[in-house]
Design a protein around this ligand. Sequence first.
Ligand code: CMC
Length: 423
Amino acid sequence: MGDTITITDDRNGRSVTVAIGPDGTIPSSALRQLDPGLRVYDPAFLSTASCASSITYVDGDRGILRHRGYPIEQLAERSTYLEVAYLLLHGELPTIDQLEAWRHEVSVHTYVHENVKHFMQQFHYDAHPMGMLVSTVAALSTFYPDAKQIFDEQVRAKQIVRLIAKMPTLAAFAHRFSVGMPFVYPDNSLDYASNFLSMMWRVAEPRFEVDPVLSHALDVLFVLHADHEQNCSTTAMRTVGSSHADPYSATAAAAAALYGPLHGGANEAVLQMLERIGSVEQVPAFIEGVKQGKGRLMGFGHRVYKNYDPRARIIKRTADEVFAVVGSNPLLDIALALEDVALSDDYFVERKLYPNVDFYSGMIYQAAGFPREMFTVLFAIPRTAGWLAHWVELLGDPAQRIARPRQQYVGPPARDYVPMEDR
Ligand code: CMC
């Protein structure tokens, strides 16, 4: 017999014994067996596994991240973003023919309907590109009404290709709008990352010459951001998907969750913080302020990692490669000093606060010329593969139903309506 746990209801002596399942989970139905009225109170899901998933494995204590069993270090070094996207979605690495077919499919779906372009040109002149991306992804559902057929596998596969292919186009269009530049159409002869860089930066040249070091670095960053199991945005994707909404609406909801500064918005917040600190000399005073509760050290800490985020390690290496081409980022010295102080300070050590994926990524993006407002957009592009992989898994999981948590009601008891003149 494997490991079990026995829960006793001390009100009546009744008890139930249940097996401890994979990853240390026990079914909450055990409590319902004791008393159908019992609920688990778990704000922010600190101890709740809301699904069984075979996509991504994270061991936060040991700093391990694997997709479909493959370590992130090997994927970042030897794979490409499109190959990892295929792996996340299909469960296995593609053969040469499968990868070629997948690349071809994605590259011939990069264009967007001209009305999408017109629609994007109507945003307020200083619209945040992430706000534009969220709204435009949602708007795509109006262009592809067939997407509602979420249980038709062929239809579903088509929307997945469309979303992965069009995200870079929408992201680049959002940037071009915000700087008043004409939109650059996709160049389908380029690889995924290079095509995105061409849409971002091309001006009058007939063909944009992409620096291979930069496009490789961007592709590695895309690999590192492709999925991270049940984070806030993936949970939003699954929650909206559980109502059987179309994938564009669910992806827009996930992107909206990513926009927040505690999630994908953190890389932008890191840069703001480093600029506010201003110099290495100010680092100790800033750390003191954080310890006194005057703000957080952005890019530090993680709900799951209580060790160095393995992605942050790889990003630090990628940063060196990029800085060798474009010159270092002056904020790097402040970041390194912050990391040094934080990793040796009791406050951060006791709370197991280590650099996360966002601590160095913003500096690479900035050195490569991306405006700060684009940082979260650069996270949303690759995370689309992860969101969609979870969406497909959710739809095929017979244990899943519409997401509908319960609550602990703590409001007033029943009372009678008070007429206006008596209040
Ligand atoms: N700076 C200073 N103190 C912190 C930080 C931080 N960055 N993060 C957590 N703490 C403290 C927090 O004040 C609390 O202390 P105490 O026990 O004295 O109240 C303790 O550490 C535990 O923090 P928590 O807020 O309960 O942890 P959480 O798991 O709810 O939050 C987090 C995780 C990522 C939201 C949080 O660490 C944070 O706000 N970090 C800064 C934002 C950031 O970098 N986000 C990117 C996350 S990684 C990529 C992604 O998910 O998109």
